[in-house]
Write a protein that binds this ligand. Structure first.
Ligand SMILES: Nc1nc2c(ncn2[C@@H]2O[C@H](COP(=O)(O)OP(=O)(O)OP(=O)(O)O)[C@@H](O)[C@H]2O)c(=O)[nH]1
Ligand SMILES: [Mg+2]
Length: 802
């Protein structure tokens, strides 16, 4: 037995939620139309040989966009054994439009009325028995989210698949039926009987795809055209509208008999919330506030506590079990440092270095002034070398003092971190030095640096899952559409960007819902400007290492990405390649839903897990390559292996030094940053992985921020580039997109760095000239008129005058 059941229904009716419930999968669910853009297959739980297919949502069987074509082609081309039609019970009337079409396909149909939990809560009543009788197929009430009735629905579909085909109960008006009968006879009588009616209706509507598929002879076509014309004349409308209207009239009559609304005409809670969050003036500030909060919490507060623990504890020296003893130890070590490390001489040295502007000296001094040994130790770790190089070497005092410093294990149960455990293990088996280096510095260092940021990502993903599934993100697309439209852009371009906040690959794929080819290409090109989950570690690293975890760094990265999309959109739209009216954007606002905790956690885990998997594969591999590159090198013309290799001699360092000139105008002309940027193409997390392996580098705040800007905006990782290539389906366009992204990133970083230098008094004349020229060029691109749009509006005027 092998039964194929397809889930078909309007966008956002809950197909994927049901699919996940039935198959135990973890497909992405979001509260806006157009989440699923590909068909997905799964096996029905507890049943052998039953395959369930989740399809993109469709409003009708006349598709406009790519993902709708996927659904139609599956239903018509592959003819599943049964269709489980998911109908949104809170939106019955519109959803039934598709139902009337599905029942005509000659495939067994079972209707699952979803969101019954909401329907019941609203106090509305659906008469399923009557509906079932009228439509000629079984109707079952379910709640995919709560899991009620889902198995019954699947079992009903299985039973229907084994039984007879659904016969459409609806008949069109006399003239249409007359024409249909003729068409069936002359054009489709060779088809299986159950399919004839659907094809006849499609031919009547003059559906090009169906006509092309049937390859009708000119003779037959002329005959059919006569029939259609006769019906059109009699009903005084064009054929397609006749069919549409009659369907709606039929559905209205169905609704009268089957549906009772309790609070007709009253404002629902959703409407009330929307009055505020989509308000003309408040919408954007509210969105900005929400995103600030999301990034602030995930990068700066909760996220950074969790990340500190993973970075310093789990992938660091270790931690006190349950935190017991931590504060006693802190007091003891601070007191000890006060007496033994921060001696008046050391403080004087560091102060002098800080006055002289030695990189990092101020950070070390701040930690001393705060009497915070933890911060001091970290700052010293990062900048000790930079201080020593400038002639302020405090390592002797530090090293001697640390020999008899208080021991963490005296203050509580000390759990050693993974590197410590691994090191002990390696020492116990007397492993050779090179293996120690490979495992500790290469693998644990590189992979650990990336894994350390997973908690932060998880916190971000919880927020995203909530915003997506409650319905707020759909509002943002709606609000953005209002603004974008002024610039000739479509709000639909914004949905991929919202999804891209999790990962760029599904974000790019989400562009399929845009029907206009030019707009779709433009969206594919710009979606990855938004910082994805993998860029979060870069943001967090720069924010903590260079800005003391300032609250604004992370939100600024997000808004920078959003601004890059808007600016690029406007600039590109004014070129010949992308000119033209924006794709229409008609999206009904989905009702707000309280997502279940389980769903949010599942979505968080699904996304988080893919990062952990990446850490175990791509990141692991590239960490090993990076380590090899850093221990092999060329010294005095000879190829050597040395665990203590100086970076400048190593292969990585030499490569970095060879290409760093490219980044000099952006402020980060050092080998590590250059290498990190290149490795970012493999996976964006690798940027922090490289610093994990090669140790953090001293950069000024300005250079660090420009490094961040460049890495956020330049070409995405290979996975996302692959997705771009698939969606563009054209190598030339893909290269153009990559080129554009890199040039744009370069220009923006250069402008910020050069102007930043000007304001801090280190300006360089050539750099400033280039920056000003670039600004001029961007402004010109932004403010020059839309050629095509003007042309169109004159046409519109001419029409109006007529
Ligand atoms: N209250 C309630 N919400 C539901 C139910 N089923 C689904 N939802 C919510 O409805 C929204 C849409 O669910 P999806 O499963 O993504 O819908 P879909 O039909 O796959 O949508 P597309 O892929 O865009 O066509 C999500 O926010 C779900 O949590 C239900 O039975 N009750
Ligand atoms: Mg879906």
């Amino acid at each position: 037995m092998n039964i194929r059941i397809a889930l078909a229904g309007n966008p956002n009716s809950g197909k994927t939620t049901l699919f996940n419930a039935l198959t135990g999968s973890n497909q992405f669910v979001g509260n806006w139309p157009g989440v699923t853009v590909e068909k997905k297959e799964g096996k029905l739980k507890k049943h052998n040989g039953v395959t369930i297919t989740d399809l993109p949502g469709i409003y009708s069987l006349s598709p406009y966009t790519l993902e709708e074509v996927v659904a139609r082609n599956y239903l018509i081309g592959e003819r599943p054994d049964a269709i489980l039609n998911i109908v949104d019970g809170t939106n019955l009337e519109r959803n039934l439009y598709l139902t009337t079409q599905l029942t005509e396909l000659g495939i067994p149909v079972v209707i699952a009325i979803n969101m019954m939990d909401v329907v019941r809560k609203n106090g509305d009543k659906i008469n399923t028995a009557e509906l079932s009788r009228e439509l000629g197929c079984k109707v079952i009430e379910i709640s995919a989210l709560k899991g009620t009735g889902v198995m019954e629905a699947a079992e009903a579909a299985i039973k229907a698949a084994e039984g007879t085909k659904t016969v459409p109960m609806h008949t069109f008006s006399g003239p249409v039926e007359h024409a249909l009968a003729h068409i069936e006879e002359v054009a489709v009588h060779q088809m299986p009987e159950e399919q004839q009616r659907w094809y006849a209706i499609k031919i009547f509507e003059r559906d090009e795809k169906a006509m092309a598929q049937l390859k009708l002879s000119a003779d037959v076509q002329a005959h059919i055209e006569e029939d259609i014309k006769a019906a059109e004349k009699e009903l005084d409308d064009d054929a397609e509208s006749i069919i549409t209207n009659e369907r709606y009239v039929y559905i209205a009559s169905l609704m009268k008999g089957c549906y009772k609304k309790k609070n007709a005409g009253k404002l629902t809670a959703s409407d009330k919330i929307d009055r505020v969050v989509t308000n003309r003036w408040l919408a954007l500030p509210i969105f900005a506030l929400v995103m600030c909060l999301v990034y602030y919490v995930s990068v700066t507060t909760v996220g950074s506590w969790a990340t500190d623990w993973t970075n310093d504890g789990l992938f660091g020296d270790g931690w006190h079990l349950f935190g017991i003893g931590s504060s006693a130890y802190d007091d003891a070590i601070n007191e000890y440092a006060e007496e033994n490390i921060w001696t008046p001489e050391v403080v004087a040295e560091v102060s002098k270095a800080a006055d002289e502007g030695v990189i990092g000296a101020q950070d070390v001094l701040d930690a001393i002034n705060d009497q915070d040994f933890g911060a001091f130790d970290e700052a010293y770790g990062s900048y000790g070398d930079s201080l020593a190089a400038a002639g302020y070497d405090i390592s002797e005092v530090y090293d001697t003092a640390m020999e008899s410093a208080p021991d963490t294990s005296d203050y509580g149960v000390w759990v050693p971190g993974i590197p410590v455990l691994v090191e002990n293990g390696l020492n116990a088996i007397h492993s050779p030095d090179w293996l120690n280096g490979l495992i500790l510095d290469g693998i644990v260092g590189g992979v650990g640096a990336v894994l350390g940021f997973v908690p932060q990502m998880l916190v971000l993903f919880i927020f995203l899952a909530f915003l997506e599934s409650c319905g707020y993100m759909a509002r943002i697309a709606f609000v953005m559409d209002r603004i974008f439209r002024k610039f000739g852009l479509s709000g639909k371009s914004f949905i991929p960007m919202l999804i891209g906040t999790g990962c760029g690959v599904p974000g790019i794929m989400a562009s399929r819902t845009i029907e206009n080819d030019r707009d779709r290409k433009m969206t594919v090109m710009t979606t990855t400007f938004i910082p994805c989950g993998a860029k979060l570690p870069i943001i967090a690293m720069i924010a903590t290492a260079l800005f003391h975890g300032a609250w604004w760094v992370a939100p600024s990265a997000y808004f920078l990405g959003a601004a890059a999309i808007v600016v690029s959109g406007i600039m590109l739209k004014k070129t010949k390649m992308f000119a033209g009216d924006p794709a229409p954007f008609v999206m009904e606002l989905p009702a707000y839903h309280w997502p279940t905790v389980g769903n949010i956690l599942r979505s968080m885990w699904e996304r988080g897990w893919s990062f952990i998997k990446k850490a175990g594969t791509i990141i692991l591999l590239s960490s090993i390559v990076m380590w090899l590159g850093s221990v092999f090198g060329v010294v005095d013309g000879k190829f050597v292996f040395d665990l203590e290799m100086e970076l400048d001699y190593s292969l990585v360092g030499r490569l970095g030094n060879a290409i760093k000139f490219i980044f000099a105008p952006l402020g980060f002309d050092n080998a590590r940053a250059a290498i990190a940027t290149v490795m970012g193409l493999v996976a964006k997390e690798e940027v922090v992985g490289v610093f994990g392996v090669l140790d953090f580098v001293s950069m000024t705040k300005l250079a660090g921020y420009c490094f961040l800007i460049f890495n956020l905006l330049c070409a995405p990782c290979f996975a996302a580039i692959g997705a771009m290539k698939r969606e563009m389906n054209n190598a030339k366009w893909t290269w153009f997109a990559i080129g554009y992204q890199c040039c744009f990133a370069y220009a923006i970083s250069l402008i910020v760095y050069q102007l930043g230098c000007l304001f801090t008094g280190h300006g360089n004349v050539l750099g400033i000239i280039v920056a000003v020229l670039l600004i001029g060029f961007i402004c010109y691109m932004l403010f020059r008129p839309y050629k095509e749009a003007e042309h169109l509006s004159t046409k519109a005027k001419a029409l109006a005058q007529k």
